[in-house]
Design a protein around this ligand. Structure first.
Ligand SMILES: *[C@@H]1O[C@H](CO)[C@@H](O)[C@H](O)[C@H]1NC(C)=O
Ligand SMILES: *[C@@H]1O[C@H](CO)[C@@H](O)[C@H](O)[C@H]1NC(C)=O
Ligand SMILES: *[C@@H]1O[C@H](CO)[C@@H](O)[C@H](O)[C@H]1NC(C)=O
Ligand SMILES: *[C@@H]1O[C@H](CO)[C@@H](O)[C@H](O)[C@H]1NC(C)=O
Ligand SMILES: *[C@@H]1O[C@H](CO)[C@@H](O)[C@H](O)[C@H]1NC(C)=O
Ligand SMILES: *[C@@H]1O[C@H](CO)[C@@H](O)[C@H](O)[C@H]1NC(C)=O
Length: 446
């Protein structure tokens, strides 16, 4: 058995839903709602809209709107931030630009929005959008830094830009790339945003009240040189991304969260308290804060993880395993972060190829966007086939019967034998019978 299969086997029981997740929306190719047929024709003729270059990446759900980012990998992205309605009855709804078309005009010296990857809505109806500021990211015409990376904050009640904060030069590096954001709620006026720079690598802390930021740099943000090789949809590539997944726990008695984080090119998970991160003075003293950053544990071979999200009500950390076309979870109240203590939520070689963003909305529904990104970047997407999907499930259904289910005992001893092969979802291995019985009993009790 390969280490891949072995590493995968952690996990998960007879839950029909998990590996055949509910696809809420899916697209072969993205289309936008232009103001008129003529406007669409003009955009197509001028190559401001090249449909094949529009690949959704980030998602956020707020009220009835599902926000989607579409980074400017290549020329022809009509709008890099858009939305659809949750209530839309179509399988492949047309996207509407957010907040409006004007904000996406790239023909002006300082466009409002250039190329955001991920965003986060807070409880005060604001959308925090982290804009990389870069265009033609993988285009042969060449990478272009159109604006400095910035944090844009929109009021979702009025759809107006309420703040634009440019990351200061002394927190940037020539390799900077700001793709991930976590927002710590602290009333409305005292929120903090944690902005992950995967290239430098570094973590910029933005203080909303003071409209200022500072940077932490730590060895744990670095990529692990032995974890760079990846294979997705039979395409091999090397990635060297540093700090990536950022997920915040609920606040402790003192009012601070734990930030769970990992580099993309790594098998490890780390933590740090926001008590450390929010301390600007401390950020300039690496010797003093060095040991505040902790290694939580390791997930095992081929477990490079992209985005992550922590559902604060259950304390479950959800994260993407990019090589395995899977979303997994881990209960933050468990004492050990090991291969065996992870729960498998979704794994599917068709609908889950490159899970690229994960959110849980206010109704406790888990949303995942998958987009076959490496195929777009290094191969060719087949536009006759579905390429982009939004998958949803209630958190309850998503974690049922996994190591993340609170109905399961905290000790993970019984998980060690719960294994099944990857390709054949029904081929239970011998070790499964006893644990399965245990679980049946457990579920009868509950
Ligand atoms: C998933 O999304 C679809 C489409 O918006 C919706 O009808 C359904 O209720 C959602 N499922 C959950 C669990 O929220
Ligand atoms: C916040 O700082 C930015 C600098 O990037 C500045 O342009 C903006 O006006 C400031 N906003 C407020 C509300 O102070
Ligand atoms: C990967 O390659 C194998 C063997 O060449 C093939 O059987 C399989 O269908 C391919 N999978 C994908 C996702 O293209
Ligand atoms: C911030 O860090 C400094 C230097 O280590 C320390 O003296 C100070 O007490 C810290 N502030 C808070 C609010 O924890
Ligand atoms: C957790 O890890 C500790 C230290 O490595 C070990 O002693 C303990 O048995 C582990 N607990 C479980 C439930 O595996
Ligand atoms: C797993 O199963 C094997 C064989 O069925 C058994 O020898 C082993 O003790 C089991 N391990 C655990 C942790 O239960």
């Amino acid at each position: 058995m390969s280490p891949l299969v072995a590493s995968l086997l952690f996990v998960s029981l007879a839950r029909a839903a998990i590996d055949a997740p509910n696809v809420a929306f899916k697209w072969k190719q993205i289309d936008f709602h232009f103001p008129s047929t003529q406007a669409k024709l003009d955009a197509t003729t001028s190559k401001n809209f090249i449909p094949e270059h529009n690949v959704p990446l980030g998602l956020e759900v707020h009220g009835d709107r599902i926000f989607i980012t579409l980074p400017r990998w290549k020329q022809g992205v009509a709008a890099s931030l858009a939305y659809i309605l949750k209530s839309d009855k179509q399988d492949s709804p047309v996207l509407r630009p957010y907040p409006n078309w004007r904000a996406h005009d790239q023909g002006v010296p300082n466009p409002e929005i250039v190329s955001p990857f991920r965003m986060r809505a807070d409880a005060c109806d604001r959308l925090w959008v982290l804009d990389t500021g870069s265009a033609n990211i993988v285009d042969r015409d060449g990478f272009k830094q159109v604006t400095k990376p910035k944090l844009l904050i929109y009021d979702l009640k009025t759809d107006s830009l309420i703040r634009s904060y440019t990351i200061p030069d002394d927190q940037l590096h020539e390799d900077s790339f700001f793709a991930n954001i976590a927002v710590e709620e602290n009333g409305c006026e005292d929120n903090f945003a944690y902005l992950g720079d995967l290239g430098q690598p570094g973590l910029v802390v933005y203080d909303y009240k003071r409209n200022t930021s500072w940077i932490f740099k730590h060895a744990y943000f670095n990529m692990s040189p032995t974890a760079g090789h990846m294979v997705v949809a039979n395409i091999s590539f090397e990635w060297s991304d540093g700090i990536f997944g950022l997920a915040l726990s609920d606040k402790d008695a003192e009012g601070y969260s734990t930030l769970y984080f990992h580099p993309m090119t790594s098998y490890n998970e780390f933590t740090v308290s926001t008590k450390t991160l929010r301390n600007e003075t401390l950020s300039s003293d690496p010797v003093a804060f060095k040991n505040h950053f902790k290694l939580l544990g390791t997930r095992g071979p081929k477990s490079q993880s992209g985005v992550s999200f922590l559902h604060q009500k259950t304390g479950v950390l959800f994260y993407a395993l990019v090589q395995l076309n899977a979303v997994l979870c881990w209960r933050t109240c468990l004492s050990n972060y090991t291969m065996e203590s992870q729960g498998r939520v979704f794994m599917n070689d068709e609908v889950m190829v490159f899970p690229n963003d994960i959110k849980v909305d206010d109704d406790d529904t888990l949303w995942v966007l998958s987009d076959k990104l490496p195929v777009f970047m290094y191969g060719y997407l087949d536009y006759h086939d579905y390429n982009f999907r939004i998958i949803n499930a209630t958190v309850k259904d998503a974690i049922r019967g996994t190591a993340c289910d609170s109905k399961m005992p905290k000790d993970d001893y019984y998980l060690k034998n719960i294994t099944r092969t990857r390709s054949d979802g029904t081929a239970w291995r011998s070790g499964v019978v006893l644990p399965l019985l245990l679980l049946v009993l457990l579920s009868l009790w509950s």
